[in-house]
Ligand binder design. Structure first.
Ligand code: AMP
Length: 404
């Protein structure tokens, strides 16, 4: 049976999924797994399509010091023990820069171009590229596809794509890219099956997970996002502050003597729900805490979602539906109820029983705007892109041609 491997590599873990290609190009998830604790306490865990456990193994630290070694272990496990030989690999790559507005089959030249964007996403891009390089070196004939978190937002108008800074910086790539594009693309593709009429109209999607952002969809196309040049902007997240006055960064440098590396670490790891609560970056822990600062962190999260919804509704010039997705959006009835009450001025009201049941449609019958929960599936999106690039003649990507 033909299969596709999907790889999502981060700084200390690599997550992978295997999809089988069924009749008429349908994809079915066969297994999911991950190696985490790379360089500290490496562990391979995997389960089958029904959640049945397939592996749980610890490795000595020097057996898995880095991402390429983790890829080798995961690859050997799939090949030698499960006899899985994927016909292609799809990768999540956070940054496609200004030019890639769709997934692309990778070769050494593409990897070199994607390395240019390491400076734009230093904590993600190098880790996303490491497994691609290692597969190119060990299995040069195996097709690999890079799917970008920025690509779905390349439909933004020039005015949404710019900062008010001199043009030279925009030309070299300092732009409002937006992220979580694979998640929004999945929602935009799924919504027509759930609500065909609504899918053609003005929709805000709130991707609320450990990373969080919101996207304004007009007729299924992204026209605005709360994230910008990096995945730091917009909503507060597990450990990132979201929108912050750049003056705070200047203060950290000039008054606190922090280096660029210190500031980067601070903004990516010490802020957001974790920084504000002083307790945790995990919404579940904050929801059960009675500490004042945990409540403040949740209040801030909800308040900023409300403010940003107003901004996106202005970009859309109205609103026809609101969608919750990702870990918090799919699972926390409390946060959804609180966000909905922030959106009361837009005519949103929830059916509390449907919300508590995590139903697909959770708005009340008197709500002016329908509110949905749509579980996202970025990995399936990557697998679909990979399959379609394998089976279709590649379409010309004008921007990409210009890039090469
Ligand atoms: P994600 O990045 O989409 O996997 O989302 C991860 C986040 O979702 C976690 O950090 C939790 O804060 C949050 N989460 C998951 N389940 C729940 C839940 N039942 N209630 C509240 N938050 C949740």
């Amino acid at each position: 049976m033909d299969t596709i491997l999907v790889v999502n590599a981060g700084s200390s873990s690599v997550k992978f999924r295997i999809y089988s290609i069924e009749n008429e190009g349908m994809l079915r998830q066969q297994l999911k797994g991950q190696i985490d604790g790379i360089g500290s306490r490496p562990r391979l865990r995997a389960s089958g399509g029904e959640g049945d456990p397939l592996a749980d193994r610890a490795y000595p630290i020097d057996a898995v010091p880095d991402l390429p070694s983790a890829m080798e272990i995961a690859g050997a496990w799939l090949r030698d023990e499960l006899c899985i030989h994927p016909i292609a690999v799809g990768h999540r790559v956070v940054h496609g820069g200004p030019d890639y507005d769709r997934p692309i089959q990778v070769d050494h030249g593409v990897v070199t171009r994607l390395e240019r964007f390491i400076a734009l996403a230093p904590l993600h891009q190098p880790h996303n590229l490491a497994p691609i390089r290692s597969i190119l070196a060990n299995f040069p004939a195996l097709p690999q596809v890079a799917c970008f978190d920025t690509a779905f937002h390349r439909t933004h108008s020039a005015v949404a794509d710019h900062y008010a800074i001199p043009h030279g910086l925009h030309a070299e790539g300092v732009r409002r890219y937006g992220f979580h594009g694979l998640s929004y693309e999945y929602i935009a593709k799924t919504l027509p099956k759930i609500a065909p009429k609504i899918a053609k109209e003005r929709v805000i999607v709130a991707h609320l997970g450990s990373g969080a952002s919101m996207c304004a969809l007009s007729g299924g196309r992204s026209i605005e996002s709360t994230m910008g040049f990096t995945a730091l902007d917009g909503l507060p997240m597990g450990t990132r502050p979201g929108q912050i006055d750049p003056g705070v960064v200047l203060y950290l440098i000039s008054e606190k003597g922090m280096s660029a590396a210190n500031v980067q670490n601070f903004l990516y790891r010490d802020c957001g729900l974790k920084g504000l609560s002083g307790i945790s970056n995990d919404m579940r822990e904050l929801e059960t805490s009675d500490s004042f600062n945990a409540r403040l962190a949740i209040d801030y999260f909800v308040y900023r979602i409300g403010l940003n919804a107003g901004m996106l509704a202005a970009a859309l010039q109205g609103l026809d539906a609101f969608v919750f997705t990702a870990g918090i959006g799919e699972n926390s009835a409390t946060i959804r109820a609180r966000v909905a009450s922030q959106l009361g001025w837009l005519g949103v009201s929830l059916d509390q029983a449907e919300n508590a049941r995590h139903s697909r449609l959770i708005s009340g019958s008197n709500s002016r705007i329908p509110v949905y929960i749509v579980p996202t599936d970025e990995e399936l999106m990557i697998a679909q892109h990979t399959l379609s690039l394998l089976t279709k003649r590649p379409t010309t990507n004008a921007r990409q041609e210009r890039a090469s």
